[in-house]
Design a protein around this ligand. Structure first.
Ligand SMILES: NC(=O)c1ccc[n+]([C@@H]2O[C@H](COP(=O)([O-])OP(=O)(O)OC[C@H]3O[C@@H](n4cnc5c(N)ncnc54)[C@H](O)[C@@H]3O)[C@@H](O)[C@H]2O)c1
Ligand SMILES: [Zn+2]
Ligand SMILES: [Zn+2]
Length: 366
């Protein structure tokens, strides 16, 4: 079968990928659609290091073609969204509703594939840029067949990460204001979740002016072009506190880094008001440091910085919730799919992403 295989610093389509046999508690899925996330680009450029050869991709949807012994949640023919959380369901973290803290949900690399005669790793317990994948049954969430799988494919990372961060971590109320740095697949979903939760002012920030109309479509009330610097000042002009304070209250209650750069995190902190929260979603290179943040911004007054992995999601709760909001017309999925591409055009998606042409590009497997 086919797969996008990363080795020796480059990704190429291989027709020599094979997949091991299915085991108990596992599900074999025929891929139908897979989104390309910036974390895939980060594998290509070394920001996210991984052992190789590696079959890429971690955001997808498809059709179940086989289930192993003991699987009861899905059956052959079902349409599923896949999650990267191969969580155990039995530890204290799983049981208190935090599967993103489950120790088995990250870093357990295995080699279910071979490429030629070499064992090949899966990525994020998925590898959806291949014709078929084998996953744990807890990673397969059944969805209605009426949902287009191209749209559904994006739920598994971009949507769950952006929407989940707001729904599960931010506790947004109508009085709140927010700034979202980075209007890509993640940022757009933070924007639409803020709109759903009713934040009164939602400021989108990007270095590309071309992202403005997309940002407004997804719920932004204002757009700030960060290309020439000055984004923080622009945000503080939009959300002003009282004049003449010794320590200014200008700025937003929540600032989201959906880029993955230390300067953006520092700008987020600078853009928050007293009591404001900076949420780091972006993933910079492994050794990036939080170097330029004035510490007294935190104590004067009560600013916080927090990280969020994968929207702190509980997939069995959040994926049906996202699908329901989509079916009611309250959450956009179709509009996230700017274009579809056959699997062999993976590199075209990456270059279209770099040129800022995409909300998301989706690979298809016809
Ligand atoms: N925490 C998690 O669990 C998680 C999950 C998925 C992705 N991510 C990370 O989130 C980040 C965003 O991913 P994506 O798929 O949305 O990326 P994307 O490439 O689709 O979008 C990034 C956007 O940021 C904009 N941008 C670049 N530099 C900027 C700057 N200095 N200021 C403002 N905007 C800027 C780009 O123009 C683009 O619109 C990546 O670092 C990715 O690895 C994290
Ligand atoms: Zn992702
Ligand atoms: Zn667990």
């Amino acid at each position: 079968m086919r797969g996008i295989v990363f080795e020796d610093g480059k990704a190429e389509l291989s027709n020599e990928v094979t997949l091991r046999e299915i085991g108990p508690g596992e599900v074999r899925v025929k891929m139908v659609a897979a989104g390309v996330c910036h974390s895939d680009v980060s594998v290509l450029n070394g920001t996210i290091p991984y052992p190789t050869p590696l079959v890429m991709g971690h955001e997808g949807a498809g059709e179940v073609i086989e289930v192993g012994d003991g699987v009861t949640n899905v059956t052959a023919g079902d349409h599923v969204v896949m999650t990267t959380l191969a969580s155990c369901g039995m530890c204290n973290h799983c049981n208190r509703g935090m599967p993103t803290h489950c120790p088995t949900s990250i870093g357990n690399m295995t080699t279910p594939f071979t490429v030629g005669d070499k064992p090949a790793y899966n990525f994020a317990a998925l590898s959806v840029f291949a014709d078929e994948v084998i996953i744990k049954s807890i990673q397969a969430i059944k969805i209605d067949k009426e949902i287009p799988l191209t749209s559904a494919s994006l739920i598994g990372c971009g949507v769950i990460t952006g929407v989940g961060t707001v729904f599960n971590q931010s506790n947004i109320e109508a009085r709140h204001t927010a700034a979202v740095f980075g209007v890509g697949g993640i940022g757009l979903n933070v924007l639409q979740a803020l709109r759903i939760r009713g934040a009164r002012r939602i400021i989108a920030v990007d270095t590309l002016a071309s992202k403005e109309s997309l940002a407004m479509e997804f719920g932004a009330t204002d757009f700030v072009n960060a290309a020439d610097g000055g984004a923080v000042e622009a945000i503080k002009e939009i959300v002003k506190g009282p004049e003449g304070l010794w320590f200014s209250q200008d700025g937003v209650d929540f600032a989201y880094d959906c880029v993955g750069h230390p300067k953006v995190v520092a700008d987020c902190v600078d853009a928050t008001t007293w009591g404001g929260t900076t949420v780091v979603i972006g993933v910079p290179g492994g050794d990036a440091m939080l170097g330029d943040i004035p510490i007294n911004k935190l104590n004067l007054v009560d600013r916080k910085i927090t990280g969020c992995r994968y929207g702190s999601t509980k997939p069995q709760q959040d994926i049906p919730l996202i699908v329901d909001l989509y079916k009611q017309g309250r959450l956009k999925l179709d509009e996230l799919v700017t274009a579809t591409y056959p699997l062999e055009e993976f590199h075209t998606v990456v270059s279209d992403m770099h040129e800022g042409k995409l909300a998301r590009g989706v690979l298809t497997f016809d």
